[in-house]
Design a protein around this ligand. Structure first.
Ligand SMILES: Nc1nc2c(c(=O)[nH]1)N[C@H]1C(S)=C(S)[C@@H](COP(=O)(O)O)O[C@H]1N2
Ligand SMILES: [Mo]
Length: 368
């Protein structure tokens, strides 16, 4: 694994480890902590005995539910892609390097979660949500990095997540490892990782979004395109929170800089979006984006999961890649049923923090 920060815990999975599994095992799953929860930097479970969840704000009655009571409610399984909003940030450096961890492709994982649906939780507790409650804000129990720092909390549109959000207690069939938010995590299928609050201790139902710096000042992209390298002021009107994941595809094989002898080349990877509609096509170009061919697409494990794709190319005289070339560049792009796709040059969405990279992916291999 690639360790970006040993103190808070920021770890990336290199592609050659990530691509070996359909569901990412915890040992190969990226980690992104903004600050440290004492006792939280381990793949072992976190004690759940004294954990409870508070539900407050525009709900009646507000109340607390213990971890053990939560575990007795009806459980649901969901497979979803968990991806840091900063995944792919390194590729913005083609124009101007963006601030933050230079994630390439490994700030993501496909995970199987189990827990109680938010709607199910509210219904079984007989709680009523006020009509003015437009946002759900989740608070993590991890303390702020500095004494005067803000707590980690994030807000999402309530109506959009009410049916899909999970108060998750299990990841890949075991109690959630402490480092991934155990014992209790808010899982929002289709949303960026940053919104999937770990060590969740309180859910607030409110008419407005969180004023915490992590929500109001960080984890945002600009609505209008901005000049790479510029730093416009972040306001609620000019920016959007990093909410739903953008449609994206990546090449997992071959790897960058790999050397190839004449013969078949197995090309493959995954594509996904926010789960609102299907991925309908993935296309590959071997001529720098002039012509594109469709590749084979496999069904995902869930609408919020990865769609594996693959194609076999031939490298030889007068084949897909011609003998005599020195290098080959492969590019990939995905399309979904809403007609959404990826920009040829992902840098058109440049932003100072380098969030939400979803440009056409490319790798360059060396031909022998
Ligand atoms: N409480 C809390 N939740 C958090 C964070 C955090 O620092 N504190 N980091 C967020 C970010 S930015 C990401 S990308 C994901 C990472 O999840 P993982 O470490 O399980 O891979 O957790 C999110 N939830
Ligand atoms: Mo993140």
């Amino acid at each position: 694994m690639l360790v970006h920060d040993t103190i808070t815990g920021v770890v990336e999975a290199p592609v050659h480890l990530l691509r070996e599994h359909r569901v990412t095992p915890k040992e190969r799953m990226f980690v992104r902590n903004n600050q440290v929860l004492p006792g939280g930097l381990t793949l072992s479970p976190y004690p759940s005995a004294n954990w409870d969840l508070e539900l407050s704000g525009l709900v009646r009655p507000s109340r607390r539910i213990s971890f053990s009571d939560l575990a007795r409610l009806e459980q649901t399984d969901t497979v979803a892609v968990l991806q840091c909003a900063g995944n792919g940030r390194a590729f913005y450096a083609r124009t101007v390097m963006a601030k933050g961890t230079q994630w390439r492709r490994g700030g993501m994982a496909q995970v199987r979660w189990k827990g109680v649906r938010l709607k199910q939780l509210l219904d079984s507790l007989g709680m009523l949500v006020g009509t003015d409650a437009r946002f759900l804000t989740a608070e993590g129990r991890d303390p702020a990095a500095t004494p005067d720092g803000d707590d980690f909390e994030q807000s999402v549109p309530l109506a959009d997540v009410l049916e899909t959000a999970l108060l998750a207690t299990h990841m890949n069939g075991e109690p959630i490892p402490a480092i991934h938010g155990g014992p209790l995590r808010l899982v929002l299928p289709g949303y960026f990782g940053s919104m999937n609050v770990k060590w969740v201790s309180r859910l607030r139902f409110e008419a407005h979004t969180s004023m915490s710096r992590h929500h109001a000042r960080r984890y945002r992209t600009f609505r209008e395109r901005i000049e790479p390298g510029s730093q416009p002021v972040i306001t609620e009107e000019t920016t959007n929170p990093t909410w739903r994941q953008k449609i994206k595809s990546v090449i997992w094989s071959p790897l960058d800089d790999e050397q190839r002898l004449p013969g078949p080349i197995a090309v493959g990877g995954v594509a996904w979006n926010d789960g609102r509609t299907e991925i309908v096509a993935v296309e590959l170009s071997v001529d720098g984006g002039i012509s594109w061919r469709r590749v084979n697409l496999e069904a995902p494990l869930s609408p919020y999961g990865w769609y594996p794709w693959n194609v076999t190319l031939w490298y030889g005289w007068n084949r897909d890649i011609n003998r005599g070339d020195k290098i080959a560049e492969f590019r990939v792009r995905a399309f979904d049923a809403f007609g959404r796709s990826q920009p040829d040059d992902g840098s058109v969405h440049w932003n100072p923090s380098g969030y939400e990279w979803f440009g056409v992916d490319s790798v360059t291999i060396v031909l022998r």
